[in-house]
Design a protein around this ligand. Structure first.
Ligand code: URA
Length: 432
């Protein structure tokens, strides 16, 4: 059997981008498809990804790249559901447990939330790893079960199926090990190809900015948000983005079981002020994008209906919502060095410490420790006393403490009492 000749070759595409040119629609469609089926080698795609990182892509090229990733796999369809759908995607942060209270909350307001989530990446936490701290909970489900749960309960948090944007799965793993994660065209097309293929009607993006995020500056985050909002809008998905601060980690916990516990506090009507603020801000955006008016999500936290959806959602996926959450075998407390005011708690330092304690992975296939992580006892702006617990490090494997402590070295500042602390707003901008 003879195989049809390829219409392009990889070197032609790589050199075009290396020399600063724009790739044609045809070249992009070919290279993404050929890479997915193995006709373009990993080292060739690595070179192309680096050329894209260095020379960028224009709006038409990013749209073509996203479309090519979508057609590499299946498209889901939620049009049979009796309620509108809305999804949220965070670009990744530290202590970012927002999906856990948000999905059942928005469902309790009448919108179906298909939250196809991922695992931790580098120092950032992944929703599936957090949910797996709940005894019995299963991340994977068939498309039929997903639709059924969305109709009956309104919220699903699960792993994206193998069939959704397989080109992205392959390319993402390559970018992770070739220093090409941070390219805006590649991040935007990676996220948006999965969201468009998933078939949500509305999408709210939480674009993180700061030390603990992939985008370190507001300008870069705004550019990423703009590209993603345009991609979603062009594909008929009502898309809006909030730029939110990730220089300080969210809440008081980073890890898995400890973040589930904190999310339960929010669902019970309490919880840390910043986690509640961001959950409600994103919920309001999702309801507006889904066309639902006249419902205040704060009421659904207060009256227990969001918690009811959470319990049903967890139970439907094999989890026991009443089971005690795992706790770490070993803890190590870091105390405040002096009396004063905590003026900085660095998200990246806390994220790396949690990762090194066993909450994150060194290799893709590594398991995570459900009880590993960091709990902090003060947030920037809080007064502290010399010797009071500032952070508690949690792990099942105490030999990890030393490297986690090294990550926290220089990761917080205590200034003398009376120092004025200028809080950073949590929501920095909105792009629609
Ligand atoms: N999340 C994704 O899904 N893709 C990226 O490229 C970055 C974050």
């Amino acid at each position: 059997m003879t195989t049809a000749p390829e219409p392009h070759d990889a070197v032609e595409v790589i050199t075009a981008k290396r020399d600063g040119g724009a790739l044609s629609t045809d070249q992009i469609g070919w290279v993404v498809d050929a890479y997915t089926r193995g006709a373009v080698a990993e080292e060739q795609m690595s070179a192309l990804a680096m050329a894209i990182l260095l020379n960028g892509m224009d709006r038409r090229e990013i749209g073509d790249w996203t479309a090519a990733m979508i057609v590499s796999g299946e498209r889901m369809d939620f049009s049979s559901l009796s309620r509108p759908t809305a999804d949220k995607h965070s670009t990744g942060g530290v202590g970012d447990k927002i999906t856990l209270p948000l999905a059942p909350l928005v469902a309790a307001c009448g919108v179906a939330v298909p939250q196809l989530s991922g695992r931790g990446l580098a120092h950032t936490g992944g929703t599936l790893d957090k949910m797996e701290a709940i005894a019995g909970w299963r991340a994977s489900m068939t498309n039929e079960a997903l639709l059924h749960q969305l109709e009956e309960i309104g919220a699903v948090v699960c792993a994206a199926g193998e069939g959704l944007a397989p080109a992205d799965r392959k390319l993402y793993a390559l970018r992770d090990v070739t220093g090409t994660v941070e390219a805006i065209p590649l991040i935007a097309s990676s996220i948006m190809s999965k969201k468009i293929a998933e078939g949500t009607g509305a999408l709210v993006l939480d674009v993180k900015v700061g030390s603990g995020a992939f985008m370190k500056s507001v300008e870069r985050a705004r550019e990423l948000a703009r590209v993603m909002v345009d991609l979603g809008t062009d594909a008929g998905v009502r898309t809006v983005a909030l730029l939110t601060d990730m220089s300080t980690p969210l809440g008081y916990t980073a890890g898995h079981a400890n973040e589930v516990a904190e999310s339960l506090e929010v669902l019970a009507g309490g919880g840390p002020a910043d986690v509640v603020e961001l959950t409600l801000a994103l919920a309001r955006e999702m309801l507006a994008a889904a066309g639902v008016e006249g419902v205040d999500p704060a009421d659904r936290l207060a009256d227990g209906s969001a918690m009811d959806v959470w319990r049903r959602m967890v139970a439907a996926q094999g989890g026991d919502p009443s089971a005690p959450l795992p706790t770490a075998r070993e803890t190590h407390v870091v105390t405040a060095p002096a009396d004063g005011v905590l003026t900085r708690l660095d998200a990246l330092s806390v994220g790396v410490a949690a990762w090194r304690l066993g909450a994150g992975r060194e290799r893709k296939e590594d398991p995570v420790q459900a009880a590993a992580g960091v709990t902090w006892h003060a947030r920037p702006g809080d007064p502290v006393r010399a010797g009071q617990p500032l952070l508690t490090l949690e792990t099942d494997t105490p030999e990890r403490f030393e490297r986690a402590l090294a990550a926290l070295d220089g990761g917080y500042d205590v200034a003398s009492a009376g120092t004025t602390y200028q809080p950073v707003p949590l929501v920095l901008d909105r792009i629609s």
